[in-house]
Design a protein around this ligand. Sequence first.
Ligand code: NAD
Ligand code: TYD
Length: 339
Amino acid sequence: MKMLVTGGAGFIGANFVFYMMKEHPDYDIVCLDALTYAGNLETLEPVMSSPHFRFVKGDVADRDTVFRLFEEEKFDVVVNFAAESHVDRSIEDPGIFLRTNILGTQVLMDASIKYEVGRYHQVGTDEVYGDLPLDRPDLFFTEDTPITASSPYSASKASADLLAMAYHRTFGLPVTISRCSNNYGPYQFPEKLIPLMIANALADKELPVYGTGENVRDWLYVEDHCRAIDMILQDGVPGEVYNIGGHNERNNLEVVKTILRQVGKPESLITFVGDRKGHDLRYAIDPAKINRELGWLPTTKFDDGIKLTIDWYLDNRSWWENIISGDYQQYYKKMYGNR
Ligand code: NAD
Ligand code: TYD
C-alpha cells in the first residue's frame, strides 16, 4: 500500500503519519509538504530514516510538482491534510487560503484521476456547518446540516468539500470526506487556543480570551481523529461524508481555567480581549453515522486528553520554544498588540 499524506509536517498530518506507521508498518508513506510557517521538519525526525517513509518538499497547488510525484510513486491512497488552517490568519489575509485549500485540492484530485488512485480522502472541518446557538444544547452538526461558512477559512474548506463531491459525481473519483471538530494534542502550533494558552501560562504571560470566553468547541484528541481516518480509509464508502468528534464540549473559559489549574498558575492571568470578527458561537458534532457504520467513537475524554497534552508540552519545551522565538513574535505583536 502506497499512501500520499499531504501536510504531514503539520499538527494532525504528523500525528497521522506516526499513527499509520505504528498501525500499518508495511505501508509506504510519502509526505508532501510545502513547509509553510506551520510545517516543521523537526516533528518528522523520528520517521525520516525509515525505509517506509519519504519526505518531499512541495506545494500541493503546484501542478508540475504534484503530477511528477504521482507519476513517480503511483499512489494507492491520497489523504489531503495540507491547508492553511488558522481562522485568525484567514481574516487578515484570505488569498492564500483560497489558493492552498481550494486550488491545491483541485490539483491533487486531478492527479488522482489521471493516475487512478484507489481512494482520495479530503480532511475537512466541522466549521463548514457554520455555528450553533449557545442556548440550544440539544442541537448538533450531522452530515446533513446545511453547508454555510463564517470565515474565509471555513469558506475555503467548504469550497474544497463541494469540489470533492463534484469530482466524485462527475468523474467517478472515489472520494471520502471527514469533517472533524477542534483537535488538540502533541505538535500543535502555538497559535491555536490550547497550545497558545499553555505556552503563555508557563511564561506567566496574559492569556488572551476573545470576547466573553463563552464560545464552545467540541475537543477531539488528535489520536482519536487519526484512528477515525484510518477506519474511513478501510471501510468508508466513496461519496460519503463522515463527521468526527462528539461529547467533549467545553467553553473557552473552562479550557483556559483547566490549563491554569493544571500548570499551577493564577486565574488573574486571564485577559479578555476584543472578539474575533464573525466568531462562531458553538461547534458540536453528532458522531452517530461514523459510530453506526464504522464503529468509531472518541475514546479520550477531554479531562484525560488535556493532561496528556500539557505533559507533552512540558516534556517537549524545545519543540515549541524554538517556534515561538522566531517570526512568531511578529505574528503575536500584530494579532494581539492592540486587540
Ligand atoms: P497545520 O496548520 O498544523 O498544518 C498544515 C500543514 O500543511 C503544514 O505542515 C503546512 O506546511 C502544510 N501546507 C500548507 N500549505 C501547503 C501547500 N500549499 N502545499 C503543501 N503543504 C502545505 O494544520 P492542522 O491543524 O494539522 O490541520 C490539518 C488539516 O485538518 C487541515 O486541512 C485543516 O483544515 C483540518 N482541520 C484541522 C482542525 C484542527 O483543529 N487543527 C480541525 C478541523 C479540520
Ligand atoms: P482556535 O484554536 O483558533 O480554533 P477555531 O477557531 O478553529 O475553533 O480557537 C478556538 C477558540 O478559542 C475560538 O472560539 C477562538 C478562541 N481563542 C481565544 O479566545 N483566544 C486566542 O488567543 C485564540 C487563538 C483563540
